[in-house]
Write a protein that binds this ligand. Structure first.
Ligand code: T4K
Length: 372
């Protein structure tokens, strides 16, 4: 465990790292194999291990989740308009623009800050082909309602599951909902491979299609069947992922303890609201978002600044909303009046530091600053 030094900055997250000594034999193996990428042995082992760990049928590893999202839309040949949330990281909507698809923003619901199923149907037009919800902070969307709406209107569902590693809903892995789900294994995520991501799908034919799309569209050595991209995960990243997987349960448990510590420490502070956990369901405590409401003694930004001045680099995920960025702000659905809940949340949110090595004394320090 890293020594707690009162003067060292506390970031919103720090990647969990296995002991370096454990990585060395895997590197030696890569050097021996001389297979560095293009579906090597570690890549294939990680796909298999992740399917078993996550309880999903098929996984295709990617270089990152953004390329994964772009490819998922290609795999389903999505065109026209896609309904999505403004309350996410900008990669969600960018993946649509990269495919020439028009995003249609629908507001989130106030408890989970996930896409509000009650508002989806009103946004469907004859150009709508799909829904792209986000399991924001790893909290499962209302998957049953979304699946039902999609089926009724013959729409595809691509879940941006960048935050949802290991998350379970009422019927097992949340990643089994929708047509495709996309995970991120970026350094800042619960499970990381430095950079990385994956598409989860339910049948072998789709997996084969996605595998070809991430490899320039090759079907075999001499046949190109799609205008594919290079989205392949390297052996280095995959080998690292295999090591990470060995400690994932331990790391998730540490996150849960920190989550509980914050909740008890912040309980009863007027104007500080901790987002609800997934309750009975399995949460991954990927983030610890609080809403700084008007009743609090300081504004959200003053609170954020106070934390910064004390070396605590909390983040305002997700402020500004995606719909506020210049390439989106003129879309009719980006209007503030259409997204009141998302605008309120973006103006109030702070994600507090949470990562396995964060120490109790550091959590207390954050809580004490907020309590004042
Ligand atoms: N969809 C959603 C819903 C997402 O949240 C994301 C990514 C994506 C799609 C796309 O996934 P990828 O294509 O990235 O796989 C970070 C991450 O870069 C991004 O992956 C993540 N979401 C987003 C929410 O956060 P930044 O610009 O805020 O990260 P940065 O570099 O400021 O890092 C935050 C803190 O983490 C730093 O203050 C220190 C710490 N850190 C960061 C890195 C990179 C470390 O300690 N070590 C590190 O290596 O975007």
């Amino acid at each position: 465990m890293t020594e707690f030094n009162k003067t060292s900055p506390i970031f919103v997250t720090q990647p969990a790292l296995p002991p370096l000594a454990e990585f060395v034999p895997l590197l030696e193996q890569i050097w021996k194999n001389r297979i560095l990428t293009n579906g090597g042995p570690f890549h294939n082992q990680l796909e298999e291990a992740l399917c078993a760990y996550l309880g999903v049928a098929h996984i295709s590893l990617f270089t990152n989740a953004t390329i994964g999202l772009i490819t998922a839309l290609q795999a389903l040949q999505i065109k026209g308009e896609v309904i999505t949330t403004p309350y996410s990281f900008v990669a969600t909507a960018h993946s649509l623009l990269w495919n020439g698809i028009a995003p249609v923003f629908v507001d989130v619901e106030p408890t989970s800050l996930n896409l509000d199923p009650d508002r989806i149907e009103a946004a469907i037009t004859e150009r709508t082909t799909a829904i792209m919800p986000v399991h924001c902070y790893g909290h499962p969307c209302d998957v049953d309602r979304i699946d039902e709406i999609a089926e009724k209107h013959n729409l595809k569902v691509i879940y941006d599951a960048a935050h949802a590693f290991g998350v379970q809903c009422h019927c097992g892995s949340v990643l089994n909902h929708g047509d495709l789900s996309v995970l991120s294994f970026h350094a800042t995520k619960v499970f990381n491979t430095f950079e990385g991501g994956a598409i989860i799908c339910r049948d072998a034919t789709m997996k084969q299609h996605i595998d070809s799309l991430k490899n320039f569209g090759f079907a075999d050595e001499t046949t190109v069947i799609d205008a594919g991209i290079n989205g392949k995960m390297s052996e280095l990243n995959a080998a690292f992922g295999l090591l990470q997987l060995k400690r994932i349960d331990e790391n998730l448990e540490k996150r849960r303890l920190i989550d509980r510590h914050y909740r008890s420490g912040l309980a009863g502070i007027k104007g500080i609201h901790c987002l609800a956990t997934a309750g009975e369901l399995v949460d991954n405590c990927a983030y610890f978002p609080i809403l700084v409401r008007p009743e609090f003694r300081m504004s959200r930004d003053a609170t954020f600044q106070l934390l910064r001045e004390n070396g605590i680099y909390a983040r305002r995920y997700f402020y500004p909303l995606i719909s506020e960025f210049s390439m989106y702000q003129n879309i009719p659905s980006a209007a503030r009046g259409n997204l009141p809940v998302a605008f309120d949340a973006a103006g109030q949110v702070i994600c507090l530091p949470i990562y396995p090595e964060l120490q109790s004394a550091q959590v207390d320090m954050v809580v004490d600053l907020i309590r004042g």
